[in-house]
Each structure stands twice: as structure tokens, then as C-alpha cells.
Design a protein around this ligand. Structure first.
Ligand SMILES: O=C(O)[C@H](O)COP(=O)(O)O
Ligand SMILES: [Mn+2]
Ligand SMILES: [Mn+2]
Length: 520
């Protein structure tokens, strides 16, 4: 079946909305096209954070949940919310797998190793989840617990690493069990670019205590001025008296609830353990990981199936998914409901990087290649829907480099304008939407100083959504309600003229001002 009205869905990653102000890299950029959409009658603002999408209230949005709920057409309980529920109910600390590990280790004088990102960014992890697992260890009289701390500086302002490590030491003190054994930055431990040499620094630190340096306590590990994310592999000699290598029979719990940036480390640890005769080490993860190694999760994922991908496949409408590497899994795996199954009617285009080196040096990334791929796909009569993610505002935003982020916004503005005009000329509508905020709010107000521009994390701001339609349809927010990005999937299907599955409960946002389809 062909889509009666083919179109293009453009996700502008990190495109949030905030009033013009210092630190708003969008309002302080030259972006006439996007500005016109937001201020004009074509745009609405959608919720993309907290409970509206399936996150704990007050939690910033993120790319995974953003793409998942756009595809699912409904809020999806995100891993962080499901962990929070299990903490509140006590189910996590009494989890059978955790209990079994703690009891066995207590009997055998083995060690429980906790590996996780130490902050309350609540995009990958939450420091309070470490506290809950320490309570479980205490309850089962396990004394030997070591923490392998990964420092952040990306989901939370850079420079807060020492603050979080002292909070961790406070948690350890209150729990009465545990000690920080190692510290390393997330740019090593949570690299997902395939740079194995970075991942290896974390794996060998955790497993064998192999470090670049040592420090008497965790906070001292951050002395030396490196960004929090780039702290080199450090062994903490104070409390544990030195490295706490993993011995056969120990257990490791990966404490990030989010998989994508922990899976490479978890897989490398599994391979190294098997190759060093430590096959009796028990691996567990807080959330479900998409690893090659089978690692039991303490908290299972929510089902996000039955959405856009299934509806397109059932209607035999072809879609082409296009992104650079950083957001490729989002327009495929996550938009499909964390489903990696290949589909007949789906094509994937991974746009290669245009340059190497720090992304703030080339904020346009490879938008040229992405635009070309989108225009080529949109020119094909057999393609009902083109889906693309323009990653720049988020990926460059995360660096905290304000000028570069403004440049990224301007590059996205030009690219979006080009795609929309080409699509319109070809008789296609274009729906543009942010998946969460980032570039619109880069002013950090640290507790210990004057606000400064340089915060690169996500926000809880609403995101713009705009429609450029050949038939004159306009977006409308359902009467009296607020709308969220969950409505993107149903709106896309409505614009394509396709049936909307019952599971996609979010309302579509299109009014019925569309002109009748010209026959012939
Ligand atoms: O992993 C990252 O890059 C950030 O911590 C989260 O950003 P994302 O949710 O946009 O991937
Ligand atoms: Mn994103
Ligand atoms: Mn991001």
C-alpha cells in the first residue's frame, strides 16, 4: 500500500524552547527558519520530559525515551522510573538475584563490585540507586563492597565531580558498608563510539586495578583540572588500601539503568573475565543491557512495541531512517520500540562523519551528507516516510561550547530549511520536532558561584513541533490538554493517511483543515 500523503519526519535533537535569554544558544543564533516555525502558526510546544513521557517527575528528557515514545505513540515507563518504583517498594533491595549474590559473597568472603556513573543526572544513572544496593549488602551482612566510580560532567555541569564523590562517600558512611576503589571519567568508561582503547582503560581498572595514577581518596582523584568526563584511571588507596581487583567468584553489578553507554564496558569485562579464568564472576545489571554477553537485569524493561514501525510494516509503507552515528540507533532501534528486528519496508542510512577531532571544531558535523541522503530518499516515489535526526544541537550542546552550539543551531536551521522546501516542492509534508531540550538553556547556576554559560546537559523545557503541509493541515493541541512528543507517531500516521493502532493512545495533533486529496 502506498501512503496517500508521503512525508518527512525531522527530529532536531536537543531542540528545546525557552524565552530569549543569555545562555539560550537558539535565540542567540541566526536561525530565521526555525524561529519562523516556532513563532508562526505552524508550531506548537510539546512536553518531552518527566511523567508526560514516562520519566520520574521533574526528570529531564533524553534521546532514548524521546524516540521511543515518538514511535510508540504513548508514554513508556523508562528504566529510571521502573528502578525508582522498585526502590520505593523495596523490591530492588530484596531482589532474589541481588540477595543470592550478597549471601553467597558474605559466606565466601567474596567482594561485590558496583560500577556506575556517579551523579544525579538521571539520564544514565542515579547516585541514590547505589545507596539502595549498599542497603541490600548491609541487610545480608556482606562487608566487602567496592565502588568503581565513573565521573560525569555531561549530564550534570562539569566541575561537579568532586561534589558527587563526596556525596558518594557520605552514602558509604551512612550505609556502613562499601568503599570507593577506583575513579575514571565517563569519556573512557562510557564511550560508545567503538574506541575500544578507551573502554579498555576502564575495564582493566575495574578488573585488575590497572591505573594511570592513585589518590588517597576519591575527591583527590579529581585534582589536576581535567574535565570530570576525562579523569584518567585512578586507584583509591585510602579506604581499601589499594586496588580491589575482581577475583573469581566475586560479583559485579553495573549500576547504570541505561544500556547504550555501559554495554561496551560490560561486554569487554565479560570477555576479559572469560579469558583470565575468572568465569565464576557473577555479572548483573540494574537495567536491561543490549550486550552480546547475557547479563541478567535486576529491573526489566517496559514494552514499547505496537507503534509506528509496526503500523508502517502492516500497511507496507516504506520508510528510510537517516542519521549520523551518534543518533543512528535512535531513529532505528529506539523509534521501533527497542526492537532490532529487520523489517521488509525499512531502510537504514548511516551518514559517516565528515571530520575527526572535537565536534565543537566542526559544529556542522556531516549535515551536508545527511541533507543529501534525505533529499535522495524523499525523491523516491516508493518511500512513504523519511525519518532523519539532525544531531548537532544536542551533540555540540553537550560539549558546553556556547559559540560552537550557536553555530550548530545555524547549521541545523539551514539544513532544515533546505529539506522542507525540497520536500514541499516534491509534494511531501515535513513534521519537525525536538526530542528533548539542550541548546536552549546552557546557563548553569552552580551552587557555589555566579551563573556561567557552559552547561551542556538536557532540560525539562518543552520542545517545538511544526508542520509544513502541502494540503494546509495545521497542528492543534487537543482542547484543554497539554500534548507531549508521544503524539508524534499518531500524527505521522494521520498525515500519511494510514490507520493508527489502538496501542498508540496519544492524540494526533492534526486539525481537519486539510484540503481533499486531489484525485488523479
Ligand atoms: O549519553 C549522552 O550523550 C548523554 O548523557 C545523554 O544524551 P542523549 O540522551 O541525547 O543520548
Ligand atoms: Mn536527544
Ligand atoms: Mn543528549
Amino acid at each position: 500500500m502506498r501512503a496517500r500523503m508521503p512525508g518527512v519526519l525531522l527530529v532536531l535533537d536537543g531542540w528545546g524552547h525557552a524565552p530569549p535569554a543569555p545562555g539560550n544558544a537558539i535565540s542567540e543564533a541566526e536561525c530565521p527558519f526555525l524561529e519562523g516555525l516556532v513563532l508562526g502558526r505552524r508550531g506548537v510546544l510539546l512536553d518531552a520530559s518527566g511523567g508526560a513521557v514516562g520519566l520520574p517527575e521533574g526528570t529531564v528528557g533524553n534521546s532514548e525515551i524521546g524516540h521511543m515514545v515518538m514511535g510508540a505513540g504513548r508514554p513508556i515507563e523508562y528504566d529510571s522510573l521502573r528502578v525508582e518504583q522498585q526502590v520505593k517498594s523495596g523490591a530492588l533491595r530484596s531482589h532474589p538475584l541481588l540477595r543470592e549474590a550478597c549471601v553467597r559473597l558474605a559466606q565466601q568472603r567474596g567482594t561485590l563490585h558496583l560500577v556506575g556513573l556517579i551523579s544525579d543526572g538521571r539520564i544514565h544513572s542515579d547516585i541514590d540507586h547505589i545507596a539502595e544496593v549498599l542497603r541490600a549488602a548491609r541487610a545480608h551482612a556482606l562487608e566487602r563492597v567496592v565502588i568503581h566510580a565513573i565521573t560525569d560532567g555531561r549530564d550534570v555541569p562539569d566541575g561537579t565531580g568532586a561534589l558527587y564523590l563526596s556525596r558518594l562517600n557520605e552514602i558509604v558512611k551512612v550505609s556502613g558498608v562499601g568503599a570507593v576503589a577506583t575513579v575514571i571519567g565517563r569519556n573512557f568508561a562510557m564511550d560508545k563510539s567503538g574506541a575500544d582503547h578507551l573502554t579498555a582503560q576502564a575495564a582493566l581498572l575495574v578488573l585488575d586495578g590497572r591505573a594511570e595514577r592513585s589518590a588517597p581518596n576519591a575527591e583527590d582523584a579529581l585534582r589536576g583540572g581535567a574535565p570530570d568526563g576525562s579523569v584518567t584511571a585512578t586507584v583509591i588507596t585510602g579506604a581499601t588500601g589499594g586496588p580491589a581487583p575482581v577475583r573469581d567468584g566475586d560479583a559485579i553489578v553495573f549500576m547504570n539503568f541505561r544500556s547504550d553507554r555501559m554495554a561496551p564496558l560490560a561486554d569487554m569485562v565479560a570477555v576479559l573475565l572469560a579469558s583470565t579464568a575468572r568465569s565464576r564472576v557473577r555479572l548483573l545489571s540494574l537495567g536491561h543491557y543490549d550486550t552480546h554477553a547475557g547479563i541478567p537485569a535486576l529491573v526489566p524493561r517496559a514494552d514499547a512495541s505496537g507503534g509506528l514501525a509496526d503500523a508502517l510494516e502492516n500497511s507496507e509503507v516504506r520508510s528510510v531512517r537517516i542519521a549520523e552515528r551518534e543518533k543512528f540507533e535512535h531513529v532505528t532501534f529506539y523509534l521501533n520500540g527497542r526492537d532490532a528486528r529487520p523489517r521488509q519496508q525499512e531502510e537504514h542510512v548511516l551518514v559517516p562523519p565528515a571530520a575527526t577531532g572535537p565536534v565543537q571544531d566542526h559544529p556542522e558535523m556531516n549535515l551536508r551528507g545527511l541533507v543529501q541522503a534525505v533529499i535522495e530518499a524523499a525523491a523516491r516515489p516508493d518511500v512513504g516516510l523519511v525519518v532523519a535526526n539532525l544531531a548537532n544541537m544536542d551533540v555540540v550542546g553537550h560539549t558546553g561550547a556556547y559559540h560552537a552550539t550557536r553555530k550548530a543551531v545555524e547549521a541545523v536551521d539551514r539544513a532544515a530549511a533546505q529539506i522542507c522546501s525540497t520536500a514541499f516542492a516534491g509534494g511531501r509534508w515535513t513534521l519537525l520536532v525536538g526530542d528533548h531540550g539542550n541548546a536552549e538553556q546552557m546557563l548553569t547556576s552552580p551552587t557555589d558561584g555566579a551563573p556561567a554559560i557552559g552547561y551542556g546537559g538536557h532540560t525539562t523545557n518543552r520542545v517545538p513541533c511544526a508542520l509544513i503541509s502541502v494540503r494546509g493541515e495545521r497542528l492543534k493541541i487537543p482542547s484543554g490538554g497539554e500534548a507531549a512528543i508521544c503524539s508524534v507517531g499518531p500524527t505521522v500516521l494521520r498525515l500519511l493517511g494510514l490507520p493508527i493502532p489502538a496501542a498508540m493512545s496519544a492524540p494526533e495533533l492534526v486539525d481537519d483543515s486539510a484540503q481533499p486529496i486531489r484525485q488523479g
